[in-house]
Design a binder for this molecule. Structure first.
Ligand code: COA
Length: 334
């Protein structure tokens, strides 16, 4: 007789760099204003990692933060999944490096790229490792050094992004905690509206790509904006219907932090009270794969065992979706 194994988030951790890039500093770098950035995006400041450190360092610091909070022996960690769009290198995955830097001796690891939806998508993969019985301790990290791929002469994009890393530990559930279900979508036609065009196999590196700033984020903000609101709203509604739940059953919405107006619109479309929607974009900006775990890290003291959390994200690809989880007892409290 076999009973179903559920996957529970049992610990959270995070790391953001000390260096703050605020709106006043951006006013001196490009033609913008604190008023414009605040009213159009909700962002007041973001963290910048600086030269000499990479995504693997932030991921390792976040993992170490989780391990220190919980007292878990690093040797017990079996897998590290690292959601990122800013790997240390094009060739050689970042997860093994992050695991080594964090002192994990027995973990295997791999990178997962789904842009701003990376953590959300990978949560399903990490949960499956637990639910199948294949693994008992899986770390899922979302980490991005967006400052490495942002053009700080382009006011359309440079105000939006920041650096950071968040991590959760997944284990077999011993209470009601579970990753209940997911609705994920993608549409490859979205690449024309949001990407780093050069540096991959489609368009290599040349003097033209460097001079043309094609190694930095380029986006059609309005198209991304509309698709993000529609995508996160529709997959959240589809997921609730699939689970036979209504928004009244949801205790917290944890949305990808790309723009406060996107977050507010999704909340309104779902009919969720503002107090239930978690927002920390004013402090970190859009940290891409790190926004969701950084929210879980920042707000875990508000979540009670048994609470239902609706996680939703939208990103380059396009990629988007929603996941519903039941929160459980954490090993650590921040
Ligand atoms: N400061 C001042 N003005 C700025 C500016 C800045 N930092 N960035 C853009 N503008 C200007 C534009 O040049 C434009 O000027 P124009 O009308 O003379 O051409 C004007 O502001 C309005 O631009 P628009 O694109 O309509 O603004 P918006 O209200 O859509 O806001 C974004 C722009 C980028 C903030 C918004 O579209 C957005 O957040 N999009 C989604 C981005 C995103 O989430 N990306 C990551 C995917 S997860």
């Amino acid at each position: 007789m076999s009973s179903k194994i559920n996957a529970a988030i049992t610990a959270v951790g995070g790391y953001v760099p000390d260096t703050i890039l605020d709106n006043a500093t951006l006013e001196r770098m490009v033609d913008t204003s604190d008023e414009w950035i605040t009213s159009r995006t909700g962002i007041k400041e973001r963290r910048i990692l600086g030269d000499g450190k990479a995504t693997s360092d932030m991921a390792a610091y976040a993992i170490q933060n989780l391990l220190e909070n919980t007292g878990i022996n690093p040797d017990e960690i079996e897998v590290v999944i690292l959601a990122t769009s800013t790997p240390d290198h094009n060739l050689a995955p970042t997860a093994p490096l992050a695991a080594s830097k964090a002192g994990l001796k027995n973990a295997w690891g791999f990178d997962f790229n789904a842009a701003c939806s990376g953590f959300l998508y990978a949560l399903s993969v990490a949960a499956s490792f637990i639910e199948s019985g294949r693994h008992k301790k899986v770390l899922l990290v979302g980490a991005d050094k967006m400052s490495a791929i942002v053009n700080y002469e382009d006011r359309n994009t440079c105000v939006l992004f920041g650096d950071g890393a968040g991590v959760v530990l997944l284990e077999p559930s011993t209470d009601n905690a579970a990753v209940l279900d997911t609705v994920y979508k993608s549409d490859g036609n979205g690449v024309q509206f949001l990407s780093v065009p050069a540096g991959g196999s489609a368009e290599g590196t040349s003097i033209e790509t460097i001079n043309g700033k094609r190694h930095s984020v380029i986006q059609d903000g309005r198209t991304v904006f509309k698709n993000a609101i529609n995508g996160m709203t529709s997959t959240s509604k589809e997921l609730l219907a699939k689970l036979n739940l209504t928004t009244n059953d949801i205790d917290w919405v944890v949305p990808h932090q790309a723009n406060l107006r996107i977050i507010d619109s999704v909340g309104e479309n779902l009919g969720v009270a503002k107090e239930k929607v978690k927002v920390n974009i004013q402090r970190y900006g859009n940290t891409t794969a790190a926004t969701l775990p950084l929210c879980l890290w920042d707000f875990n003291n508000d979540f009670k065992p048994g609470d239902k959390l609706l996680l939703t994200a939208f990103g380059a690809g396009f990629t988007w979706g929603s996941t519903c989880i039941v929160w459980g007892e954490l090993r650590n409290k921040k």
